[in-house]
Design a protein around this ligand. Sequence first.
Ligand code: INI
Length: 158
Amino acid sequence: MEKKLSNVIEGSLQANDLKFAIVCARFNDFFVSKLLDGAVDCISRHGGQSKDITVCWVPGSFEIPLVAQRLAETKKYDAIIALGVVIQGATSHAQFITSQVTSGLAEIGIKNLMPVIFGIVSAETIEHAIERSGSKVGNRGAEAAKSAIEMANLMKQI
Ligand code: INI
């Protein structure tokens, strides 16, 4: 018979007493606003308060890591959530942006020992972006917020 493990650490989904910074890219803001709505709704459904949510808008996804790093340095937040929508075009421009943001955000989390959550939608088409901003495939912003809550609580326990 399998022994029950006694040292398992998991983050709860309680958002009370957690502080969040959300960095939003204004590029494709029609979709990003929906991601932000999803993130705020998720935090409030899990007991978080709007006074504990700080939102920063930047021009595009490429600018998110710089602001995320600055926010991380303040040590005022339990988690940072990055929200942006990159729609792949005919050139490789969008791919460069996505790869810079992905590695930038991962690095900031590790460097500052805090959850930096990747809520960037990388969409092939506008239809894909619609599906991930609150329709068929859900809301990437809400999913990012849920991960932020879990990770913030997990990091507090370790
Ligand atoms: N920014 C995005 O957030 N999404 C995009 O799809 C996008 N495309 O495709 O160009 C985009 N470009 C702007 C970029 O993030 C910077 O703001 C800009 O290059 C200035 O540094």
